[in-house]
Design a protein around this ligand. Structure first.
Ligand SMILES: Cc1ncc(COP(=O)(O)O)c(C=O)c1O
Length: 367
């Protein structure tokens, strides 16, 4: 008998705790072998030549954009529907985000609309693409357009560890990939953390310098950099987490297919679409409900012990901190999704009875 289904369930087990304690006892707390080992393992996951551990996913995006020389006046195309942190580094660097609406099924940037936006821009420089909820974006078309117009490509893969498109891992498509290890993500480091992935040797060494006070390998401050390092305790936890990622992803996919099966015939809701060439990792399992019912729908689930989330309540351009700093923005699909989306419980521990219970409660609500 299920009586509570949490929205997330983060695993920090005895092995991770003992790995963390070993690092603490070693006295080597920063710039050590744990971070390097996690970087090597993460580069393997992404099939990239380099992975650079940093303090969080936002830092991964900021340092990547800095290393790519994104600067004041540059136009950076960003999805209308994404987390705030895809866009805040663009503004932090004084560049201009240009919001591009998303594909209503994939929730990621619509390549056709990207092309239109580039045609209208005076200073197109880069595109930042989010693999939203763990579903890979339409990378073939995005890369083709970026190539045609000479744009650099930043993948925001903060929600998509291990996702693939045509069997190629996310984080290896663009000039650079950016990941977050925030505790609710598909893998964590037991707190904040992030990773940059790239095949570009120069970009990698620049990013390494930028995360460590702008110091190059000889110890000279060749850049104006701050401190965005990933410390050893977290890297040790991350290494163990990464060994579990594949099993956890399978468990998420299994739960997602059980949701699909049970929810597909409920007319009032829209479930995530699946694609044979893209392998989703279900960071979230978002459903769309009628906007006017969202609050009540969530309250009903909450009353029955079921945790839900909203990703996200507003499109990024609608936030106060961004509104006055961007040109007029038309992204109706992103705004519509934001008004209707509800993320259902999703984590590797979700059992079939849990999914059944959630779906039974959803059915009961709509009856
Ligand atoms: C799409 C996306 N981009 C960027 C970030 C920022 O990552 P962090 O919270 O580690 O800074 C997150 C996660 O919070 C995210 O979901």
């Amino acid at each position: 008998m299920v009586d509570e289904v949490p929205f997330v369930d983060i695993t920090i087990d005895d092995k991770m705790i003992s790995d963390a304690v070993n690092v603490l006892e070693s006295g080597r707390l920063v710039k050590g072998p744990e971070c390097e080992a996690l970087e090597n393992a993460f580069a393997d996951l992404c099939s990239t030549d380099h992975a650079i551990g940093v303090s969080n996913g936002t830092a991964a995006l900021l340092l990547s954009m800095k290393a790519l020389d994104i600067d004041s006046g540059d136009h950076v195309f960003v999805p209308g529907h994404t987390y705030f942190a895809t866009v805040s580094p663009v503004l932090e660097l004084g560049a201009d985000p240009v919001f591009v609406d998303v594909d209503p099924d994939r929730y990621a940037m619509d390549p056709k609309l990207l092309k239109d936006a580039i045609d209208e821009a005076t200073n197109p420089e880069a595109v930042a693409v989010t693999h939203m909820h763990g579903q890979p974006a339409e990378m073939d078309e995005i890369l083709e357009i970026a190539d045609e117009y000479g744009l650099t490509v930043i993948e925001d893969a903060a929600q998509a560890h291990g996702a693939t498109h045509n069997d190629q891992p996310v984080g290896s498509f663009g000039d650079v990939g950016c990941f977050s290890f925030y505790p609710t993500k598909n893998m964590t480091v037991g707190g904040d953390g992030g990773m940059i992935t790239t095949d570009d040797h120069e970009l990698a060494s620049e990013a390494r310098a930028l995360r460590n006070h702008g110091r190059d390998e000889s110890g000279k401050h060749t850049h104006l950099g701050l401190n965005y390092r990933l410390d050893e305790v977290k890297a040790a936890i991350g290494r163990e987490q990464l060994t579990r990622l594949s099993d956890w992803t399978q468990a998420r996919r299994k739960a997602a297919s059980q949701y699909d099966e049970r929810l597909q015939h409920i007319e009032e809701i829209t479930i995530p679409k699946t694609y044979t060439q893209s392998k989703h990792v279900y960071h979230h399992y978002p459903v769309l409900v009628p906007a006017r019912e969202r609050k009540e729908f969530r309250a009903h689930l909450d009353e029955h012990g079921i945790g839900t989330g909203i990703h996200y309540e507003n499109a990024v351009h609608q936030h106060e901190a961004v509104r006055d700093r961007v040109a007029s923005t038309t992204v109706p699909i992103a705004e519509d999704i934001c008004s209707r989306t509800v993320s259902l419980p999703m984590h590797p521990q979700l059992s079939e009875p849990d999914v059944k219970y959630v779906c039974d409660q959803i059915r009961e609500y709509f009856q």
